[in-house]
Design a protein around this ligand. Sequence first.
Ligand code: NI
Length: 558
Amino acid sequence: MSTKKIVIDPITRIEGHLRAEVEVDEDGVVQEAYVSGQLFRGIEVILKGRDPRDAGLLAGRICGVCTNVHFRAAITSVEDAYKIEPPKNAQIIRDLITMALFIQDHVVHFYHLHSLDFVDVTSALQADPKLTSKEADKYSDHPFRNSDTHYEAVLTKLQNFVKAGKLGPFNNGYWGHKDYRLNPEQNLILISHYLEALEFQATMGKAVAIFGAKSSHPQTQVVGGVTSVADMLNPQRLNDYLFVIKEAKEFINRAYLPDMKIIASAYRDEMKAGLGRANGNFLCVGGYEFEDDQRLFCNGVIYGHDFSKIEEFDESLISEEIDRAWYSGEGRANEVCYTDLNEDGSLKTAKNDDKYSWIKAPRYDGKTMETGPLARILISYSKDNQLIKSFVDEFLNETDLELIDLSSTVGRNCARAIETNYICEYIFKLVSRLIQNIKYYDTETWTKYDFNSLEKSAKGRAFFEVPRGVLSHFVNIENEKIGNYSVIAPTTWNASPKNFDGKRGAYEEALVGIKIEDTSKPLEVLRVLHSFDPCLACAVHVIDAKGRELSSYKIKTL
Ligand code: NI
């Protein structure tokens, strides 16, 4: 059987630099996949020798998108090392910043990084604005900005892009690909929301900045608590924050969720067939306390899609494999060990110990895990989490889908949209809790400590659920300085390479078995990878098994 290799490098509309090489058979079905992180981060090296109290500000620079969550995890790992417990109000303020980021991240991911894998811009140009508003009525009782004149305006804007010879952000798609299944009117609805979501992105930035002082790099978290005391005590600031969340909820309920229903309906057969499913192992560390016995997310581990048996998460079962990653050494103190590519520029993957990625391979009890909104929904729902159950049931009932169908490319997106919706509800509850505390004169935002009296050497760690999945930071403080620092980010789990025993990472598992209709337009590969919301930042090369370049595409950055 002859195989052909398809290389996509870089994968665009993500953060960072990701490369995928897939081997397809004569029918275009993926037989093997190699996913490679092409960017060395090295922030851990920068953190060494620094004052532990600065860990948050430095770690926040790991990423331009996930700023707050690294900031927070670093501060929390230092607090864990020093056994400093921040006051409840500080935890709530931190949650309010993080939750605003979840909403912003999920909406931006779907519309700006992923929706064009399902939405054909050129088809939208054929839409009838009057029919478009009728189409939107099928998926929502009150569709967002649903009028003939609005859709006429969106269509005119799109036509002006084309007349000017520039599609702007819609340049260089696989337009006309036969697996674009939405009708012209549905495509116009989603394009309209794509444009609205650009405004949304800025609005959510305001919510982050109200308590974070700045977006995208918040400034207000310190070891022991937060500094945004004046904002917390100012009713106008709380109102401003709630106003943004109410606006967000309108968009989520009237645009984002209905759009997911359109896509779920068009790709129903793929969801039912589990297309883009990984190996069925899911991990969630839980978190975001609401009341003593209630958490927004339940911790747990699922093996092989067995939703009836959820094991408790145990951090001692995490290992990091580096056999196939460009590192050497033992434990977390690894040396960089880059091995060159093949002569044709492809990844070295022929032998079992060939190294091909800057991403290490975290494993749980030796197994590959998927982390993210899908894992959180499956685990929390199966553990009967009352905060989220009704939201999941409502979506599944309205789409006539089952829980298992969410374990698919399209399902991952549905899970993300459902999660965005219930996070809004959770935020309202959190704000009322904060107001209650303040009302009863609990205004503490910082736990006082004397740095000189703290242990000179200590170890700490922090585990958080963040928009893309499980994030963990580990700090080793030696003589009042950071001796060693280590991060396992959600994409480290999902985009991990194979390990010593040949087990694939979650992206690789999800790619194997999918069928690529047109190897010169590997849209199906992009869909699977984008559905995980990779955070790793433009030409696409396609070569055959002998390394000959078949075609090449230049994609401009936004
Ligand atoms: Ni990131």
